[in-house]
Design a protein around this ligand. Structure first.
Ligand SMILES: Nc1ncnc2c1ncn2[C@@H]1O[C@H](COP(=O)(O)OP(=O)(O)OP(=O)(O)O)[C@@H](O)[C@H]1O
Ligand SMILES: [Mg+2]
Length: 414
């Protein structure tokens, strides 16, 4: 939904109107009567917030009566009253009537801020006929309990693969301290997730879209902050807002994460349909994966929303793939082969899945992308498990769930 901000000055004295106009946004119109402000064209079908700046020549009673009516009939209009002299009785009457802000005609320097604040607050007011926006996207957070197992490789490859087949796809880099989605995709973002977080509650899709960077595959990326210091701006609430805005219009939203279950990652997982947990075939990665799966279940992410992906599953590292499901107590949903062509493509500024779609790694990614694109519930084939070996590995992986505080304190550690 595009929100248009209109500003109208109501003032009969042309000199005063011109003085007020200097502090108003471009396109502001001037009318002589309060009623005339509502006859202005609203813009075809757009959602409009209106800031009505009522000048000192307008009769105070008429201004306050109009404000009271607006508060009742059109809560997306804000009145800013400019008085010759600011006294307490005028101020009290204005606030009672619902005036957004009262300024003296000698304090016009504060007007620009008052107008932008009026629009920002009015944008958040729901119209009576507003209906909740239905979610369109399948939202998938790619997570791992250990660094370097391939989260960014999986999220960038899957997202590019979906975008290249024409699915409207967005990828959010939530590794706010050390995010490398942009560098992996050879992108140079002008804006990033910290800019989106800074807008706060009034962030809308149009503003958010202007902060995305487009990849050659058609994928749109919301990059991690260029400066790690800006990561503090990104609250769990801003993460939820970003994902929900994208989920309303995209087919797929993917989220890449740091190797820690911090509050932002939890907010992303809460807002996601699926948590795709990545691990490699080594005991520490599997032990941490098992703890992460238990923790997610404990905090209310049902096992149906959890998927296990084994990366580099053909690597000869002593743990057999067949042992893993019993050890985890969970089926393995997907596997990816190991290939030096994966980092090789990144080093050339390419994405393997689009540069070489027939590569075994690309074929495996395409299969997962197809599963993600299905409208119904995803049913990845489970890998069968020889019970004896599985039981041995399971004993080695016996751990308690991650403690949330401990996990949070490791935020950003890569
Ligand atoms: N299937 C694969 N075959 C070969 N190399 C791979 C594969 N998957 C990932 N890699 C390589 O492993 C390294 C780590 O991968 P990646 O950056 O995706 O991990 P990560 O989990 O995102 O790491 P971090 O926790 O630091 O964010 C990269 O150099 C990547 O190219
Ligand atoms: Mg990463």
């Amino acid at each position: 939904m595009i929100v248009t901000h209109r500003t109208v000055i109501v003032e009969t004295d042309t000199t005063m109107a011109a003085a007020i106009a200097t502090a108003c946004p471009e396109g502001t119109s001037v009318v002589a009567r309060v009623d005339a402000a509502f006859a202005q064209p609203a813009g075809s079908g757009d959602d409009v917030t209106l800031a009505l700046v009522i000048g000192p020549s307008i009769d105070l009673d008429a201004a306050l009566t109009a404000t009271e009516r607006l508060r009742r009939d059109d809560p997306r209009t804000a009145v800013i009253l400019i008085c010759r002299r600011l006294d307490t009785s005028t101020l009290a009457a204005a606030l009672r009537a619902g005036v957004h802000e009262v300024l003296s005609q000698h304090a016009l320097a504060d007007l620009a801020h008052a107008i932008s604040h009026a629009h920002a607050t009015r944008s958040r007011v729901k119209r009576a006929d507003d209906v909740p926006v239905p979610r369109r996207a399948r939202v998938t957070t790619v997570f791992a309990a250990k660094g370097g197992v391939g989260k960014t490789t999986v999220s960038t490859s899957l997202a590019s693969s979906l975008a290249a087949r024409g699915e409207k796809t967005a990828l959010v880099d939530l590794d706010v301290a050390f995010g490398d989605v942009a560098v992996t995709l050879n992108l140079f973002p002008a804006r990033d997730i910290s800019d989106a977080a800074m807008v706060g509650d009034s962030l809308d899709l149009t503003t958010l879209e202007s902060m995305l960077t487009v990849h050659a595959s058609g994928l749109k990326v919301l990059a991690a902050p260029h400066e790690p210091g800006r990561s503090e701006l990104i609250t769990p609430e801003s993460v939820t807002r970003v994902i929900e805005l994208l989920a309303a219009t995209y087919d797929h939203v993917l989220v890449d994460t740091p190797p820690a279950l911090d509050e932002r990652v939890l907010a992303a997982i809460d807002t996601s349909d699926l948590a795709l947990l990545v691990a490699t075939l080594d005991v520490p990665a599997l032990k941490n994966l098992r703890a992460a799966l238990d923790t997610l279940t404990l905090i209310g992410v049902s096992p149906e929303r959890q998927r296990v992906l084994l990366n580099r599953a053909d690597a000869e590292v002593g743990v057999s793939l067949a042992d893993v499901p019993a050890a985890l107590g969970r089926p393995v949903s997907a596997i990816l082969p190991s290939s030096r062509d994966v980092p090789g493509a990144v080093n050339r500024g390419e994405v393997l899945v689009t540069a070489n779609p027939r590569h075994p790694f690309s074929v495996a990614i395409a299969r997962i992308a197809t599963d993600l694109s299905r409208a119904d519930d995803i049913e990845f084939p489970a890998i069968s498990t020889p019970p004896v070996a599985g039981a041995l590995l399971r004993d080695r992986l016996r751990v308690g769930p991650w403690r949330r505080a401990a996990a949070t304190s490791t935020a950003g550690a890569a």
